[in-house]
Write a protein that binds this ligand. Structure first.
Ligand code: CA
Ligand code: CA
Length: 213
């Protein structure tokens, strides 16, 4: 595709310019530069993808576990989740097995960022763990009160959602956590080998003893 283009530009050059050797060298340089730009232009177009062709980020999750507490609240709640293989995901290990901690929400800490010189705040307090592929057995979902700033208990809303084949809330409950270091088992859920929830219970199982951080 490039060769015919070269021939055309050389021809145009002869038709348009009748100059001496110095001028000819200059026009050669000029046309080579133009040719270079034309080539880069062509490559740029070749690399542009149709937005409908791809580039989609596949967000695959089978289960989503979320903990939410009051907006603008400075306290830090952590999710700690253990899978049937004993993998544990939490703030110090954000990926374990097929589980992923999407964000360690630390209350109001790190909720502010500066965009173009303007400070923007995300007031939401929400911590989310996604389970991207399930296995048969029991998952344990714990809440850890990492940082308490007040004497009144903090209300935390915990939700477990099953994504496929259709979105379904398999567990939802509110908890009141009282003090720094407190770790409670919010729910345990048992899956069969095709991802059906076959048991739910709240037998307590500390995963991070003493609430270390
Ligand atoms: Ca947290
Ligand atoms: Ca927050």
């Amino acid at each position: 595709m490039i060769l015919p283009f070269i021939r055309i530009t050389k021809l145009s050059k002869k038709i348009l310019f009748h100059e001496d050797a110095t001028g000819d060298a200059f026009t050669d340089l000029l046309f080579n530069a133009l040719l270079g730009f034309a080539f880069m232009f062509f490559i740029s177009f070749a690399l542009i993808q149709n937005p409908q062709d791809g580039g989609n980020i596949e967000s695959k999750a089978e289960f989503i576990i979320s903990a939410e507490w009051e907006d603008h609240h400075p306290d830090d709640i952590d999710l700690v989740v253990e899978d049937p293989m004993g993998n544990i995901v939490y703030f110090q290990k954000q990926q374990a097995g097929l589980m992923h901690l999407d964000r360690d929400d630390r209350g109001t800490l790190a909720d502010r960022l500066v965009i173009d010189g303007v400070e923007v705040e995300n007031p939401a307090n929400q911590e989310v763990v996604t389970i991207r592929g399930y296995m048969a057995g029991e998952y344990v979902v714990n809440l850890l009160y990492y940082k308490s700033n007040f004497v009144t208990p903090l209300k935390v809303k915990l939700k477990v959602e099953k994504i496929n084949p259709k979105l379904e809330v398999i567990f939802f409950s509110d908890y009141y956590l009282k003090k720094t270091g407190e770790e409670i088992t919010a729910v345990r859920f048992m899956l069969d080998n095709i991802g059906n929830v076959i048991d739910l219970n709240q037998l307590q199982k500390p995963i991070i003893s003493g609430g270390v951080k």
